[in-house]
Design a protein around this ligand. Structure first.
Ligand SMILES: Nc1ncnc2c1ncn2[C@@H]1O[C@H](COP(=O)(O)OP(=O)(O)OP(=O)(O)O)[C@@H](O)[C@H]1O
Ligand SMILES: [Mg+2]
Length: 497
């Protein structure tokens, strides 16, 4: 037997000591009560209680919960027991993160308060309550650690065990001023560390989202987005409504993630190599049946030498690879928009519905900053800017939408940045970039783009324009072959300029 295994056996042996002591104390207690009462039925009842609660109840109950949790969620046994531990030790966890006060600290605080005000602030010890705690522990109803009281702790409102971990919706206690404080970086770091120590699960990761007055903590045992998911095969027999959200990847809950394109202008921000290409291609592959059917008409701007869109030219009605072509295309779109708005006004229509005659016009711009820095002169830059502004400010109602990818979230990179109605942010280089792209409030509410791993391209946060809810997702991984194959099939239905 090695030294290591000996130490392990000793560890297990010592774990049983408090349990055995409790059983012994309970036996003495039961023995005293039984000898005082003398009735054989009471004797039987008390000895059964001792047997069940003292020896079986306490260890069996969590085991049962772990089994139940594992059956329902599909987590492994180890992950399910970590989820149960976090729920059981929630208050201790919050205390470790500085979100609550333990009773001994509370007493010291009250004593200090008493000393400064000259009044007695510490309440009398309640010996009855102490005895009750002792009895419940001895009889096996609770662990000794369950009797420790914590003050001002956050409260669990909802608890969900998912395929990837534990999701707790919590309400702040007295120590945190707002729900955003429960999502602060240092709080999350301490909570994560405490959860790792309590569960012994060192891969555990914690992220937070703020929804109004509530905070959602997601303890993830395995990141559902860690492994890329290839884009599913396109089913051309399926009718795709371009006005509906398009599935472009997976959410961190493992469900599919959709992006609303029609009726919105989407700004896709992400550092170089963050996977903007996979978001764009997932979107186009999702829309492929509608593009082939002629309900969506694609206009592409790719001034980076055409490296991105050349591959899938078959999707596009027109693609601009030079600044002059891009200028002409955006101006034509802006003019066409005026005609469409005129005809809508004449026929009394307030919202455009895509048809074969008047499809959804989708302008996709890869690296939108190139429209600024590649402009041959200020006059051209201003012209493009004005046309794009016109499309962004009036296009939505007339069935013209824009999706623009951008590496640099600064306003100088794209003057029209503020006219986009929806932001999708992938990995960004720094906290400042993330705050610039999304605003401080959303960053503090959990959209930490700078923390996305470089090894996870295509991962990002989307912010729902209506509910302002933050959604973490990963776009599908789209291979060049998949783009080529789908483009070849779409091409047949696409009319080109
Ligand atoms: N969802 C994804 N899953 C797996 N790998 C991905 C995913 N998205 C992108 N990648 C990989 O990451 C790398 C960079 O992706 P991509 O070219 O799309 O980044 P980008 O943001 O467009 O960069 P740039 O701004 O330089 O054009 C590529 O090698 C690509 O294969
Ligand atoms: Mg790219």
């Amino acid at each position: 037997m090695t030294r290591h295994s000996l130490r392990r056996w000793f560890g297990v042996f010592f774990q049983f000591i408090p349990w055995a002591l409790r059983g012994l104390a309970a036996a003495v207690l039961v023995g005293i009560v039984v000898s005082l009462s003398g009735a054989w039925l009471a004797e039987l009842f008390l000895w059964s209680c001792w047997l069940f609660f003292g020896f079986l109840g306490l260890p069996v109950r969590p085991l049962f919960r772990v089994w139940f949790c594992q059956r329902r969620s599909g987590l492994s046994w180890r992950e399910a027991s970590a989820a149960v531990r976090i729920q059981r030790d929630f208050k201790r966890l919050c205390w470790s993160a500085g979100l609550s006060v333990r009773e001994d600290e509370h007493k010291v605080m009250l004593e200090q308060l008493g000393a400064s005000t000259g009044q007695r602030a510490v309440p009398e010890e309640d010996s009855g309550a102490g005895l009750f705690d002792w009895l419940t522990v001895v009889l096996g109803f609770r662990r000794w650690s369950d009797t420790v009281k914590y003050f001002d702790s956050p409260r669990i409102l909802k608890c969900q065990v998912t395929r990837h971990g534990l999701v707790l919706t919590v309400l702040r206690g007295e120590r945190a001023k707002t729900s955003v404080d429960l999502a602060a970086d240092d709080v999350l770091r301490r909570l994560e560390q405490a959860a790792r120590e309590i569960t012994g699960f060192y891969q555990l990761m914690l992220s937070a989202r703020v929804i109004g007055a509530k905070t959602v903590w997601s303890f993830v045992f395995r990141d559902s987005l860690a492994v890329p998911t290839p884009v599913p095969a396109v089913d051309f027999s399926r009718r795709v409504d371009p006005e509906q959200p398009v599935v472009i990847g997976l959410q961190d809950s493992g469900e599919s993630f959709s992006l609303q394109v029609a009726g919105r202008h989407t700004l896709l921000v992400g550092a170089s190599g963050s996977g903007k290409g996979s978001v764009l291609w997932s979107l186009l592959l999702g829309l492929a049946p509608a593009i082939r059917a002629g309900l969506v008409r694609l206009h592409g701007v790719d001034l980076k030498g055409g490296v991105e869109f050349f591959l899938g030219e078959g999707f596009f009605y027109e693609v601009a690879y030079t600044y002059e072509d891009a200028k002409k295309m955006i101006r034509q779109l802006s003019d066409g928009l005026d005609d469409r708005l005129d005809s809508m006004r004449d026929s009394g229509v307030r919202k455009h519905v895509p048809t074969l005659e008047e499809p959804l016009e989708l302008l996709i711009i890869d690296e939108a900053a190139s429209l600024t820095y590649l402009a041959p002169d200020t006059k051209s830059a201003k012209e493009v800017d004005a046309a794009l502004k016109r499309v962004l400010s009036t296009g939505r109602a007339a069935g013209v939408s824009v999706v623009a990818a951008l590496q640099d979230p600064r306003k100088e990179a794209l003057a029209t940045r503020d006219l986009f109605t929806q932001i999708v942010a992938l990995r960004l280089r720094s906290q400042d970039d993330a705050k610039l792209a999304l605003g401080s409030a959303l960053h503090e509410a959990g959209a930490r783009c700078e923390q996305i791993a470089q090894s996870q391209p295509g991962t990002g946060f989307s912010i729902d324009a209506e509910t302002a809810e933050i959604q973490r997702f990963r776009a599908y991984w789209v291979s060049d072959d998949a783009v080529r194959a789908v483009a070849a099939r779409v091409q047949g239905g696409v009319e080109r300029v």
